[in-house]
Design a protein around this ligand. Structure first.
Ligand code: R7I
Ligand code: MG
Ligand code: MG
Ligand code: MG
Length: 380
């Protein structure tokens, strides 16, 4: 039962890579009732590729073939930059992290980056990372991007901050890391929420209590949303006016509302349909409409899910997260990071580890973050 902390660190980062690689096959798909069947088919393909690879590796005369590989996307490209920068500096270094994000992008532009974030990389490079927070502030006419690009890469911050056991420090770290590309408060709050979910998952002992998990998240998000309440209200009213509506019906605490909705979904007799989940939680590239879906997938996976009866909780989390459709690589990577932190590396299927690109690298980063968490020289 007891999962070692090291296994949880490794499960978190390698799990995140797996969610990205497998989820990427389905990015932009619509959720439908047979989505899960398609994912099971894909899983079979990965299993076959892994078998083939093992056979070839066992045959000493055979050609060394790397076989079929499930490639990672920008989610992993950026997450590993976060991990490596935190490790190198034993803390946050804005210039170094900004440089790593940009160089990674210019080396491998094909990773499927968001539509606008590449402008930030361009400007960061042009200004030689002199003011690493400036380019992001200019995105979307000065309001900053509300994309999920901050949340998708934040898991290593959860691992790094774990030893402090201090929400405010974790919040500030996630804020800093996100601000390099995303300055919209919803992008930041989403990243903080995801980082905190990873932190909480590392601390789950024995049975996972969904209500307790959600109440912890709600407690902190309530305070964060209180700080932005007036601004949210103003923004909501402006959006309504632009639409010619007299007043806004939008919420001033949208993250807490969605976390409450997750509670309802988990309690209701009949499982929520993919349409309901898309409608109430969202499954798109914005932080607000993807982080709650990832948390929901992690919690819902503890239930009986048709077709997934014989899968462990990590597998169920990933496959169910993908079945929600929409931004599948990102929702799966976030859900998998939380699940990996909760259940440990032991639950990561061997064939996924073998065929997903970047798993070994993530395992090494996780090991180094673990070592840092064990050393006593915490930063002031
Ligand atoms: O957030 P970001 O890094 O994209 C991450 C997503 C993940 O799904 C990855 O897997 C990858 O596929 O992309 O990149 P951004 O370009 O900052 O934001 C993503 C998208 O969100 C933008 O292309 C816009 O469509 C939308 N968006 C906005 N639209 C209008 N107004 C983000 N912010 C705004 C906004 O303020
Ligand atoms: Mg991606
Ligand atoms: Mg939607
Ligand atoms: Mg995505």
């Amino acid at each position: 039962q007891a999962r070692s902390l090291l296994s949880r660190y490794r499960g978190c980062l390698a799990g995140a890579v797996i969610g990205d690689c497998v989820g990427a096959v389905f990015e932009g798909a619509w959720a439908d009732s047979i989505a899960i069947v398609k994912i099971i088919k894909e899983d079979e393909k990965i299993r076959e590729a892994a078998e083939k690879r093992k056979r070839e590796n066992e045959n000493p005369d055979g050609e060394v073939s790397n076989g079929e590989i499930w490639t990672f996307t920008d989610d992993t490209a950026m997450a590993r930059s976060v991990a490596k920068s935190l490790i190198k500096h034993n803390g946050f270094n804005a210039r170094d992290m900004a440089r790593r994000f940009s160089e990674e992008y210019f080396n491998e532009r094909f990773r499927g980056y968001g539509g606008s974030v590449t402008v930030v990389f361009q400007k960061l490079q042009e200004t030689e990372y002199e003011n690493p927070f400036e380019p992001a502030k200019k995105q979307f006419e000065g309001q900053g991007s509300y994309g999920n690009g901050g949340a998708m890469r934040i898991a290593p911050a959860g691992l790094f901050g774990y030893k402090d056991n201090d929400f405010h420090r974790l919040r500030d770290l996630a804020k800093d890391i996100t601000n390099i590309t995303h300055s919209h408060y919803q992008a930041i709050q989403g990243a903080v929420l995801q980082a905190y979910a990873v932190d909480l998952a590392l601390r789950v002992e024995g049975h996972l209590d969904a209500d307790e998990f959600l109440n912890d998240l709600i407690k902190q998000m309530k305070l964060m949303e209180k700080e932005t309440e007036r601004f949210t209200k103003m923004t909501n009213e402006k959006v309504a006016r632009d639409r010619g509506e007299e007043r806004s019906s939008a919420s001033e605490h949208p993250y807490c509302d969605k976390l409450e909705k997750i509670k309802t979904f988990l309690k209701q007799e009949a499982p929520p349909s993919p349409e309901e989940i898309d409608e109430e939680l969202g499954t798109d590239v914005s932080a607000l409409e993807s982080v709650p879906a990832a948390i929901f997938a992690f919690l819902y996976a503890t239930k009986d899910i048709p077709y997934l009866e014989n899968r462990n909780l990590f597998e169920k989390t990933v496959m169910y997260a993908i079945s929600l459709g929409g931004d599948t690589d990102t929702i799966a990577t976030m859900a998998a990071a939380i699940a990996g932190a909760c259940y440990g590396e032991e639950q990561l299927p061997e064939h996924w580890k073998l065929c997903c690109e970047g798993v070994d690298d993530a395992l090494e980063d996780a090991e180094q973050l673990y070592n840092l968490s064990q050393s006593s020289n915490t930063q002031p």
